[in-house]
Design a protein around this ligand. Structure first.
Ligand code: HEM
Length: 149
C-alpha cells in the first residue's frame, strides 16, 4: 500500500493520512447531522472521532516526531519540515484537549457548573475549525516529508 498518495511514502503514513481525512469528514457529517436535529447521533459521531484519534497520535505521530523532528530542534526549526509538524503537534494537542473538554461538558455531568459553557455552537464550531486547521498541517507534513522535493 506504500506510496498511495506520494510514491515512497511508508504504508503507515498513507493509512494515517487517510484515517485523519476520514475523521475530519465525519466531524463535518456530525455537524450536518445535528443541524437535522439528531443530537444523540451527533454526540456519538463527534465523541468517537475525538477519542479514536488519541491512540493514533500516541502510537504513530508522537514516536515519528521524537525520532525525526526532535533531534533537529531547536536549530532546524526554521525549516518547514521541522516547524510544520511541530505546529501540528502543538495545535493538535490543543484541539484534542478542547474536544475532550467539550465531551465532558456536553456529554456528562462530571464538571461543576462554573466550568461548563452554555454556547454549544460557538465552542463546537471553534473546535471543528481548529480540528481542520490541524488536519491541513498534517497533510502538509505528509507532503513535506514524502513528496520528492
Ligand atoms: C457529547 C458530545 C456533544 C454533544 C452532546 C453535542 C451537542 C450539540 C448540540 C445540542 C448542538 C446544537 C447547538 C445549537 O443549535 O445551539 C451542537 C452543535 C454543534 N456541534 Fe456538537 N455536541 C457534541 C460534541 C461535539 C464535538 C466534539 C464537536 C466538534 C468536533 C461538535 C461540533 C458541533 C458543531 C460544529 C455544531 C454547530 C452546528 C451548526 O452549525 O449549527 N460537537 N452540538
Amino acid at each position: 500500500m506504500g506510496g498511495l498518495l506520494v510514491s515512497g511514502a511508508p504504508a503507515t503514513a498513507d493509512a494515517v493520512l487517510l484515517f485523519e481525512l476520514a475523521v475530519g469528514l465525519l466531524l463535518i457529517l456530525g455537524m450536518l447531522v445535528v443541524r437535522g436535529g439528531h443530537i444523540r447521533l451527533h454526540m456519538y459521531i463527534q465523541g468517537s472521532m475525538i477519542l479514536v484519534n488519541i491512540p493514533v497520535v500516541l502510537v504513530w505521530m508522537v514516536p515519528e516526531y521524537l525520532r525525526y523532528v526532535v533531534p533537529g530542534l531547536p536549530g532546524a526549526l526554521a525549516q518547514s519540515v521541522y516547524w510544520v509538524p511541530t505546529l501540528m503537534l502543538a495545535a493538535g494537542a490543543v484541539a484534542e484537549a478542547l474536544g475532550i473538554y467539550i465531551l465532558l461538558v456536553a456529554g456528562t455531568t462530571l464538571l461543576p457548573e462554573r466550568w461548563r459553557f452554555r454556547n454549544y455552537k460557538a465552542w463546537m464550531r471553534t473546535e471543528l475549525i481548529l480540528w481542520w486547521a490541524v488536519l491541513l498541517t498534517g497533510v502538509a507534513t505528509y507532503y513535506l516529508w514524502y513528496a520528492p522535493s
